[in-house]
Design a protein around this ligand. Sequence first.
Ligand code: NAP
Length: 275
Amino acid sequence: MAVIIDGKKLAEKIYAEVALETAKLPRRPCLAAVLVGDDPASHIYVRNKEGDCKKCGIESRRYDLPADTPQERLLALIDELNHDDSVDGILVQLPLPKQIDENAVIQAISPDKDVDAFHPLNVGKMVTGEPVFWPCTPAGIMEMFREYGISLDGKNCVVVGRSNIVGKPMGLLLLRANATVTYCHSHTASLAALTRQADILVVAAGRPGLITGDMIKPGAVVIDVAMNRNPDTGKLTGDVVFDEAEKIASFITPVPGGVGPMTRAMLMKNILHSV
Ligand code: NAP
């Protein structure tokens, strides 16, 4: 049976470490969290982030804008926050309402306050290997590998999913750690043949049940990033059939309690580093 990677416990450890560091600073770091509209999930995410900040000795300021906010109004707020020296990190909760161009918003955030690490300058720096904020989800997964002594050097890593926030940066961080990386996506032919070669399999497709036990190499490390909410039960599940995978893998992340808590914890680390 696989070792279950406890993201919740590791996240608590990171909160405590961040709190120790913020306590040494002359002033508390400050996150400005901007929320546009009434998406219930986004409200929960922002509320959670505010709670995490509190645990870590980080001030959080919340800016709630109505769903019909014009793009210019949001960009003006970001500009104000960029120039406010008392604000260290800026986070605009995604997704945004249709009238707003997400890319324009991401690019408006000052790269040195871009704690989500979505700005093209930070993405570029990650590609070239310069020190930079790392996107929270892949950064949290790298922290799990470190904590559980999972070596990446020379390993075959398969990343299922190529989004800008999870799949793509995940592959880059694995490459940086000297892994051999294969990306899979919705056009990949023979997904199973590729996943079966993975020493480390990171799955972020948002397709419940996509990865069954027979698609996993015995002894592989399986990281399930997905958070699929069952519309009937409200229960969260990943993309990996956990009951099958845990019998074959050496390490596996549960959903919930795996990658999700680590994503939140890494945001706190990025805010600390934004000071
Ligand atoms: P996304 O933007 O929808 O990207 C999904 C990716 O999966 C795309 O690259 C897509 O391929 C690929 N894909 C879809 N169906 C596939 C299939 N049948 N076979 C292979 N690849 C397939 O999603 P995302 O933002 O990266 O998020 C992915 C999942 O992770 C979601 O469940 C999300 O809720 C979750 N998530 C969790 C956390 C966390 O903290 N745990 C953070 C972020 C996201 P194409 O590019 O070809 O369309």
